[in-house]
Design a protein around this ligand. Sequence first.
Ligand SMILES: O=C(CO)[C@H](O)[C@H](O)COP(=O)(O)O
Length: 210
Amino acid sequence: MAKLQVAIDLLTTEEALALAAKVAPYVDIIELGTPLIKNMGSTVITAMKAAHPDKLVFADLKTADAGELEADIAFKAGADLVTVMGAAGNATIIGAVKAAKAHGKGVVVDTIGYPDRVKRAQEVTALGVEFVELHAGLDEQWTPGYSIQVLIDEAARAGVPVSIAGGVNIDNVAAVIKAGAIVAVAGAAIYGAEDPAAAAKALREAIDAA
Ligand SMILES: O=C(CO)[C@H](O)[C@H](O)COP(=O)(O)O
C-alpha cells in the first residue's frame, strides 16, 4: 500500500506538533521540512518522534556533504529517514547509508535541481538508499509553466522505488500513485488547507482507492 507523507514546512516545533496531531491518523510519514530543522535544530526531530513513536519521522536535511555525520546527528535525535541531495557525490550518499545501517534506519535521496532525475534515481538506488524523491522544489513549482506531470511521467519509467514531491494535491494524487510512486508527499496541500485533517483524510482515501 502506498504511503502518505505530510511535509511540514512550518517554522516552529509548536506549530509542527500541532499540525502533526491533527493529521497523524491519516499519514504514514511525518516530514520535518528543511526550514523547520534549520530554525529549530535537531530538537524538533526528538520532539516529533516522542509525540508520534508509531510514525516514520523524516528529517529533510537535504545533506550535500558530510553524509555520515549529518545523518548520524538526525538518527540519534530520533529520525527514521533522512534526505541527502542527489547532486551530492556518491561518497556523501554512501556515508549517510552507513549511518543509516548503524541505526537500522534509512536514507532518501532528493533529486531537486538534478538535470536527469530518473538516471540519478537508478544510480543511487544501487548505493542502498531506501527510495528516491522525484522532487520539484518550491522555487521550481513557482516557475511559470511548472506541471507535476513531469514527475509523474518520470515515476512511470524510473523502475526503482520513488516518491513524488512538488505540488501533490487531491487533484493529482491518484495519478502520482498510479504512476508507481510508493510515497506521495504533500506539503502545502495539507498545512495550507483550511482544515488540514480533512485534507489529509481526503488524500489518504484517494491513495487507498488508486
Ligand atoms: O521539500 C520541500 C521543498 O523543498 C517540500 O516539503 C516538498 O516540496 C513538499 O511540499 P509541497 O507539497 O508544498 O510541494
